[in-house]
Design a protein around this ligand. Structure first.
Ligand SMILES: Nc1nc2c(c(=O)[nH]1)N[C@H]1C(S)=C(S)[C@@H](COP(=O)(O)OP(=O)(O)OC[C@H]3O[C@@H](n4cnc5c(=O)[nH]c(N)nc54)[C@H](O)[C@@H]3O)O[C@H]1N2
Ligand SMILES: Nc1nc2c(c(=O)[nH]1)N[C@H]1C(S)=C(S)[C@@H](COP(=O)(O)OP(=O)(O)OC[C@H]3O[C@@H](n4cnc5c(=O)[nH]c(N)nc54)[C@H](O)[C@@H]3O)O[C@H]1N2
Ligand SMILES: [Mo]
Length: 788
């Protein structure tokens, strides 16, 4: 379809701009000059302090804000930082907090309320014209609201009536598959378990989640290679590694507590190689989080020893180049391979070796964008290291061949037996603070039969066996009228998903949208014929039920499960916990259900007791989760036990993809700024990249600018060219000269999601190609709003 056909609300601001009209970013868009300069200054730490102060000031929590942060990630009690999934440090350093975690928490703790007076004062059409920043800025949602078509406003509704509306609409569907249940990755384990139980008891596996957009490729690749969907390392392995290869992660902004580990590694002489088209802050010198806590000891620390600037999408070719150099060396010196490991534990080595040998260097260099000498240099470090950990995030996964690339990481590790032993292995950086726990606890549109059997037996239900819809598929299904009810536990689906116009139209076509949220966002304005906003407690808040105060559990990126207890009073008496909201909706949908929904909510230990019987690795859950720092879910691959069909770890011989753009085109990768949490944008600055007051930008190599006759800050239009031949454009962006390989350009999500066609998803992982869009860039006629 032509995305411009989408009929919107009159005031809709989808941030596209128009020919001659500049697009608007999703941040505050304050007037003022825009700029970009190198941010090499080691005083970056002071910038961090200032930046935190500003956000804390904005949320009007100058005193209490920092106090409750001291309780975050604490060994005995305290809540889990909702900021990211990096594990807590195990030895002594329990107070491992970071700038972005602080922003994240204070954002949730704002005393401002988006209450019934606010909704009475603004129609949804009016709010649709507001910038996204202004929506979230209103504060915490404080009571359930329902959309009223006559007044075009959200009006108050009681909790029982809200649940009844959900129940009635779901029961009125012809088939349970006409409903979909989205999860954003901060939903705790207990609510997650109830949520999937509700969906499956109702009769569908339509459980799309944000993981469909971030680490689906990781899960599928590791499952195929090692028989487990997760990384095998824990933080001790990071601390014991001689070489850490960090691929496609902006650690300083998105997993800041990783810097603590990197700084320690650097001090003990380990090598840290960053593989990224950009030289991000972590690859230079940055502050490490606990030095932030210490305030007085602010100084920059090195967290990288080598940077390899791949072209966008070039990681597979780079890894294969390293493997080729290792195999070449092995011809002279067979000891560089771990022959015993390969022989005893793996299968497919010979065909992989032959494939690598047959690939010539010229092709590896062309596809990776990295010179042969540089690839060999990386190989030398790999050969010199006794123990290697490879870590990765979205730069690797949001690609057409993301699964193959993750499998190539495993191939390379296996050549030297870097698997299932201390200090070595694959270690993905997960995104949302509980995205990994969501999958563990059953959010999976392709559930394993064994999991469903256990669920059915313990919970006395009959789960559907057919696979459900994931994020991309559910948008298509809503578009075609096959899915009529969209329920979301958290998140901001319309902005996080690809193809903003199409997703907007898809959601608007539904009968009912239900958003359980903490803050107002665009997904409340882009709604179905009927619409509910259900406000929930945040992770920092006390959750009191019949049996007393409750804790919830989360799983970090290294499979550690621990309890999180909120400490602050709820922002409003009308908030409910996510467990209570799910149970309320479930009971209203399934009045005859034998599941003791209300009984579960009285005491979350009861939910955990049931989970312990369903989920492998959760035995004795209630006791173990309360141990200091919780427990680690057993990783069979960590002890060289591979639950693959062959019982061995599998080498993968995949074809090298062609990632080079056609003549005249560029490859666009979309990413986060330093001052943003996914769709929540705190400011228009991106400090470590030196950008001030601008989000509608494109980072471009000088050569590519010259080829197009573009000066620094030139106004441009960007047009994407989707696989199905359709095109999408944004207008009035600005070009910024940046140290990025020629042919590759970068800009911000969620603004640029407009350009990502719905059909442009990986056929290996079904992930949208958010890091690989083919674009053309032309001079824009849009009038400049702000000046450099
Ligand atoms: N403060 C903060 N923390 C966060 C988030 C947030 O928004 N804000 N989001 C959370 C979530 S949900 C997630 S999933 C993670 C995301 O964490 P990241 O994966 O760090 O997220 P992005 O900002 O998308 O950055 C992708 C990185 O990959 C690089 N890159 C782009 N293309 C390629 C490529 O082809 N190859 C390689 N090797 N690198 C490439 C980019 O330059 C950038 O450094 O962070 C989590 N933590
Ligand atoms: N182009 C492009 N698009 C991307 C990506 C990319 O790199 N490039 N990354 C993708 C990735 S990795 C992800 S994870 C998705 C993110 O997708 P989502 O998880 O859907 O989006 P978020 O922005 O994290 O959701 C923010 C909203 O969550 C709600 N919220 C906050 N805290 C809570 C809570 O405790 N409970 C509940 N119920 N709600 C809460 C608030 O209302 C807030 O507005 O975006 C994806 N989209
Ligand atoms: Mo994510």
């Amino acid at each position: 379809m032509d995305p411009t056909e989408t009929e919107g609300r009159p005031g809709d601001d989808l941030g596209r701009g128009a020919p001659g009209v500049a697009a608007r970013g999703r941040g505050p868009n304050r007037p003022g000059d825009i700029s970009q300069e190198d941010d090499e200054a080691p005083s970056a730490g002071w910038g961090a302090a200032r930046s935190v102060t500003r956000v804390v000031a904005k949320t009007h929590e100058p005193v209490r804000g920092p106090l409750s942060i001291l309780k975050m990630n604490h060994e005995n009690g305290g809540f889990d930082c909702p900021g990211c999934a990096w594990p807590d440090d195990i030895k002594g350093l329990h107070l491992d907090i970071c700038e972005n975690g602080i922003k994240h928490v204070t954002w949730e703790m704002t005393p401002k309320k988006t209450n019934r007076e606010f909704f009475a004062a603004h129609t949804v059409t009016e709010l649709s014209g507001w910038p996204d920043y202004a929506l979230e800025k209103q504060g915490r949602l404080s009571e359930p609201m329902v959309y009223d078509e006559t007044s075009d406003k959200y009006v108050p509704i009681s909790w029982p009536d809200a649940f009844a509306l959900v129940g009635r609409t779901l029961r009125g569907l012809e088939h349970p598959d006409q409903a979909a249940f989205y999860t954003s990755g901060r939903l705790n384990n207990e609510a997650t378990f109830l949520y999937q139980l509700w969906a499956r008891e109702f009769g569908t596996n339509n459980l799309p989640d944000c993981s469909n957009m971030c680490h689906e490729a990781t899960g599928r690749a590791l499952q195929a290679s090692l028989g487990t969907g997760k990384g095998t390392c824990d933080i001790r392995d990071w601390d014991a590694a001689d070489l850490l290869i960090i691929m496609g992660v902006n650690a300083a902004s998105n997993a800041p507590r990783m810097l603590t580990t990197l700084a320690k590694a650097q001090r003990r002489g380990a090598q840290i190689v960053h593989v990224n088209p950009l030289i991000e802050a972590a690859a230079r010198r940055t502050i490490v989080p606990h030095e932030f806590a210490a305030m007085a000891t602010f100084h920059a620390t090195s967290t990288g020893t080598m940077s390899v600037q791949v072209g966008v999408g070039g990681d597979l070719a780079l890894l294969r180049g390293v493997a080729k150099a290792v195999l070449e060396r092995a011809e002279r010196d067979p000891a560089v391979l771990d022959a015993e490991f390969i022989e005893r534990h793996t299968s497919g080595f010979e065909s992989y070796r032959d494939l690598v040998r047959a690939t010539d260097w010229a092709e590896l260099v062309r596809q990776s964008g990295v010179a042969e000498e540089r690839i060999r240099e990386l190989a030398e470090r790999y050969l010199a290291a006794g123990r290697t950990v490879v870590s990765w995030c979205l730069g690797v996964t949001q690609q057409d061949h993301g699964v193959d690339t993750v499998r190539e990481i495993v191939n390379l590790l296996m050549l030297r037996g870097n698997l299932g032993r201390e200090g070595a292995g694959p270690s993905p950086v997960r995104g949302h603070s509980n995205v990994q726990g969501n999958r563990t606890c059953g959010i999976d549109h392709r559930p394993a039969p064994g999991f469903l059997d256990a669920l059915d037996e313990v919970c006395g239900i009959r789960s559907p066996r057919e696979h459900g819809l994931d994020t991309v598929a559910v948008i298509k299904a809503m578009r075609e009228g096959r899915v009529k009810v969209f329920v979301a536990m958290g998140g901001n689906f319309v902005l996080a998903a690809p193809d903003t116009d199409v997703t907007t139209a898809a959601l608007r076509g539904t009968e009912l949208t239900v958003q359980t949220s903490t803050k107002l966002n665009r997904s409340h304005l882009v709604h179905g014929r009927a619409a509910l906003i259900l406000p929930c407690l945040g992770r920092t808040e006390r959750d009191v039920q019949a049996s007393g105060e409750q804790g919830v559990s989360v799983e970090d990126a290294m499979s550690e499960v621990h309890i999180s207890v909120g400490m602050r009073n709820a922002k409003s008496p009308d908030l409910k916990s996510e467990c209570a909201i799910v149970a309320g909706m479930a009971r209203a949908t399934l009045p005859e259900s034998k599941t003791p929904w209300e009984w579960y909510v009285e005491d979350y230990d009861r939910i955990r007791d049931t989970m312990a019987r369903v989920l492998p690795g959760f035995e004795d859950f209630n006791r173990r989760v309360r141990e200091p720092l919780g427990f680690r879910i057993t990783q069979p691959a960590r002890v060289r036990e591979f639950h693959t069909e062959s019982g061995r770890a599998e080498f993968c011989s995949s074809e090298l993809p062609d990632v080079t753009p056609p003549e005249g085109m560029l490859v666009l990768s979309t990413m986060r700024s330093h001052d943003q949490w996914n769709t929540t944008v705190y400011s228009d600055n991106d400090r470590y990249r030196g950008v001030k007051n601008l989000r509608t930008l494109l980072l471009m190599n000088r050569m590519d600018m010259d080829a197009r006759g573009l000066a620094e800050f030139a106004l441009i239009d960007i047009t994407s060219h989707a696989r199905d031949g359709s095109t999408r454009s944004v207008h009035g962006y600005r070009v910024i000269e940046y140290d990025i390989p020629p042919g590759s350009v970068a800009g911000y999500m969620p603004e640029l999601n407009i350009l990502c066609g719905l059909d442009d998803y990986s056929r290996q992982s079904d992930q949208p190609l958010m890091k690989h869009q083919l674009v053309t860039v032309t001079t824009s006629q849009a009038a400049p709003e702000r000046t450099p």
